[in-house]
Design a protein around this ligand. Sequence first.
Ligand code: NAP
Length: 269
Amino acid sequence: MSASKGTALITGASSGIGAVYADRLAKRGYDLILVARNEARLKDVAARLASTTGRSITILPADLNDRAALAKVEAVLKENPAITMLVNNAGFGSAVPLLQSDIGKMVEMIDLNVTALTRLTYAVAPAFVSRGKGTIINISSIVGVAPELLNGVYGGSKAYVLAFSQSLQHELADKGVRIQAVLPGATATEFWDIAGLPHSNLPASWVMSAEAMVDASLVGLDSGEIVTIPALQDGNDWTKYEADRKVLSGKLSNVSPAPRYGVKTAEAV
Ligand code: NAP
């Protein structure tokens, strides 16, 4: 068994993408803390990985939409000095159009995809900064830049994850903290059943396996990518998009409205 790379806490590790992160990170030499609601499934993942990799795998069953349960996970992130990586993966989506969606469900989605992810990041980031090292992987989605593709609250929640990650990178990179936002395209998991559109309804050529998605994302992490989009075939497309966004960001404040609005201000005269 190789020396431990520290402990990775993975949310949503009971199935899909999170369970594959658990497998791959254990094989890379991380001990694990696995978080999700389904205790039986977490136990299965933990038992399998402990026996195949020999790593220390702990389960921490928690509903991250329950503030008391979330606080327990936050406390572990604050207090366990062995934690060197947080994978903010737990989330759910919807394929239902906005006005046909239940507002209670939409708020639950924001609570998990945005609020829980933010609280967990706030719990661990100061410790990573004080140690001058640590990695935070945030699972966003391609709908973070293409909100028209699925339910708009889901797209909005994933746009938040992307923007939050870019801002974290901006503020924490020089303090030794690695940030990566992962934007999966359609991935073959239970996500789609929960979203109301099983992925068997999608063209097979759109749907990646969770294994391929995670393996590509870890290569992206190793190569220092801040934003990883495994399905995007030409990485230059994202490089150009980001370069344009950064040029635009320098032009977005001005004392006067643009001439096209025809508004005269004292400053413009
Ligand atoms: P999944 O198989 O449904 O996994 C979701 C995970 O989140 C499960 O482990 C689930 O476990 C956990 N979870 C859900 N609600 C939770 C809660 N309230 N508290 C704690 N854990 C909770 O779907 P997936 O595709 O792997 O999704 C993982 C992430 O990838 C999500 O953030 C999703 O938005 C994102 N994503 C997926 C796709 C895709 O096409 N599949 C594309 C882009 C982004 P329990 O039920 O045991 O709690």
